[in-house]
Design a protein around this ligand. Structure first.
Ligand code: NAG
Ligand code: NAG
Ligand code: NAG
Ligand code: NAG
Ligand code: NAG
Ligand code: NAG
Length: 545
């Protein structure tokens, strides 16, 4: 009959609509799941796209001219008993002076982007003494071992005896002594040394030392002559910021194996992104003479609330060949090789017997510290070398490059001036080059970049899950309810037909249907989220037509 058809039409369109809602809710849940699974991957893709250095990238300006002033803190070991040490064989006594603080300004100059997605530059560093933060002035007079002299005498150990005697008489004439008294400024930035002056005058041009004065940081204030080429990351993000060439050389030449001659470290400011705790990251510094591996140590919170990973050199990084057999290749002249806890940079320092260690002989056997009086036991927080990086973006957040410079003196009895100077590893000074915090504009951006993705992922995926689940529940609920109603409706309808009616009135039946309908419509209206279905939805329209 007409009424039955109307009823069928109504229920089928009603059901179809709710099945559609179920479908939509399932799709929402599925999208939520996809977002949940792949969101970080998408963020990584965005990072990989934004990070590479180019003139338009945001990272470029920060990299070219870092918006921070790294600070160099220098501590000098002042020898207070030089005469007793030489004449009476007493233990050397040193007094740690400092810090002498220099505020640095870094800039990369003579930039050139190359075809092969690399960029070449010269590093410019300006050091300005900061008397406020320093415990002393650059004019403080200190007594330190005469490095040029002791280098020359130590080197002559294996030379012919007459050469050593000749050296002794030259040193007599020049009146050089095993200890020099110089100001801190001179020790760092250079002073006239008679031996170096002599060497400069007599040595043939091609073997000349590249400097005229002696200073531990001599020539470091200004633009470096070294031409560095690094990868921009545009072709391969896993090499972002790593050195391609150093003065046109793609590897070092001092060491025995390609592994030790590797040069592909970072300068410490930027690293390939997506750093994992299991990764080893590498920094290269010319004066370190090698790439230095750094391994994960802990999770840290840096300035501005930016979380980071702390990377430090492994404890056996300067281990001797029994502790760390891999270091064998750093010992081209040996055995004997550098003792445990020291790194021999002689080949990078014009054959001076310079050994690097960590400050206060951190990670070296205690006997080296006790061979000298006046050096407190090393403390991890004060003397450890570390670097805190933001792992997703590979940006350095905080760094302390801490290194001690020692002179490995060999006793040479033929040279009377140093005949009483025993075999000893003599500490000269240590420094800490570091950044403490990035400017607020950078940290707030990094903080946002660190915290936003997890929040965004949670908001989007959980939001989709919630809306999907709600819709699903509602749809299922309505379906169940409407199927029950169908039962009652059918019952009511059959009652209506079986009951004998005195005055069959088609309008009454229609009114009844409309009443039921209206009731249904009302339920739907109250349940329906209005954004999916208007109150004037199809059910009502179909029934009312
Ligand atoms: C360094 O030690 C010497 C003694 O060897 C002393 O005369 C000098 O004052 C000391 N320097 C400082 C800055 O304390
Ligand atoms: C060196 O030692 C002798 C005795 O061992 C002592 O008399 C002398 O004072 C010492 N010299 C110095 C400078 O300490
Ligand atoms: C990239 O190009 C520069 C300049 O042409 C060159 O010095 C460098 O060796 C090249 N690097 C590679 C990996 O080819
Ligand atoms: C470094 O050079 C700048 C000028 O280029 C100068 O102002 C500054 O005093 C120098 N620093 C030192 C430690 O010599
Ligand atoms: C690398 O540099 C060294 C000097 O430091 C030089 O002797 C060597 O020839 C260079 N190697 C290449 C491949 O340019
Ligand atoms: C450091 O290396 C140089 C060159 O290989 C070597 O002659 C010297 O003996 C080494 N010094 C030490 C203390 O191992």
């Amino acid at each position: 009959m007409h009424r039955q058809r109307l009823f069928k039409k109504f229920t089928s369109s009603f059901l179809r609509k709710w099945w559609f809602v179920i479908l939509v809710s399932l799709v929402l849940v599925a999208i939520g799941a996809i977002v949940f699974v792949f969101f970080f991957h998408w963020v990584d893709l965005v990072i990989d796209h934004e990070l590479p250095l180019s003139e338009s990238s945001m990272t470029f300006q920060w990299w070219r001219k870092p918006p921070v002033n790294p600070v160099m803190r220098i501590y000098v070991y002042n020898v207070t008993n030089a005469d007793e040490f030489l004449n009476n064989g007493s233990k050397p006594i040193v007094e740690e002076l400092g810090p002498y603080v220099y505020v640095e300004t870094w800039e990369k100059v003579h930039l050139r982007f190359n075809e092969n997605k690399t960029v070449s530059f010269n590093q410019r560093k300006i050091f300005v003494f900061d008397p406020e933060q320093s415990a002393g002035t650059e004019d403080d007079m200190v007594v330190v071992p005469n490095i040029p002299m002791l280098s020359a005498t130590s080197q002559s150990k294996h030379a012919a005896r007459f050469l050593r005697l000749a050296m002794a008489s030259i040193m007599d004439i020049l009146k050089v002594k095993p200890f020099v008294e110089v100001s801190v400024g001179q020790l760092l930035w250079g002073y006239e040394d008679p031996l170096i002056k002599l060497a400069k005058d007599v040595v043939p041009n091609d073997q000349k030392l590249p400097y005229e004065q002696f200073g531990l940081l001599y020539g470091k204030n200004g633009t470096s002559k070294d031409r560095v080429t690094i990868f921009t990351g545009a072709s391969d993000i896993t090499r972002y910021g790593l050195i391609d060439r150093f003065n046109g050389n793609s590897s070092l030449t001092h060491w025995k194996t390609p592994a030790c001659n590797r040069l592909d470290g970072s300068d410490g400011s930027i690293f390939p992104p997506h750093i994992k705790k299991s990764d080893t990251i590498y920094v290269y510094d010319k004066d370190l003479c090698r790439i230095l591996p750094l391994v994960f140590e802990s999770e840290v919170e840096t300035a501005g609330g930016v979380p980071g990973y702390r990377f430090t050199p492994p404890v056996d990084v300067f281990g001797d060949t029994t502790e760390n057999p891999e270091n064998e290749c750093f010992c081209p002249g040996g055995p004997p090789c550098a003792p445990s806890g020291f790194f021999n940079v002689s080949l990078c320092q014009y054959d001076s017997p310079v050994l690097l260690s960590f400050p206060h002989f951190y990670l070296a056997p205690e006997r080296y510290r006790l061979a000298v009086e006046g050096i407190s036991p090393p403390k991890k927080e004060d003397h450890q070398f570390f670097l805190d990086v933001q792992p997703q973006m590979g940006v350095s957040l905080r760094a302390r490059a801490r290194v001690q410079i020692n002179l490995a003196v060999s006793q040479v009895v033929d040279i009377k001036q140093v005949a009483t100077f025993p075999d000893i590893i003599f500490p000269i000074m240590w420094f800490e080059d570091g950044i403490n915090e990035l400017p607020t504009e950078v940290t707030s951006l990094l903080s946002l970049a660190t915290r936003a993705p997890p929040i965004a992922r949670a908001a989007i995926s959980y939001g989709l899950f919630a809306v999907g689940a709600l819709l699903l529940l509602m749809a299922v609920g309505c379906l169940v309810r409407s199927s029950r109603r169908q039962e009652t409706l059918r019952l009511q309808a059959s009652n209506h037909y079986t009951k004998p009616t005195p005055t069959p009135n088609p309008h009454a039946a229609a009114a009844a249907a409309a009443a039921v309908n209206g009731k249904n419509g009302k339920t739907m209206e109250t349940l329906n989220p209005t954004f999916l279905m208007g109150p004037n939805d199809n059910g009502n329209a179909a029934a009312n037509s």
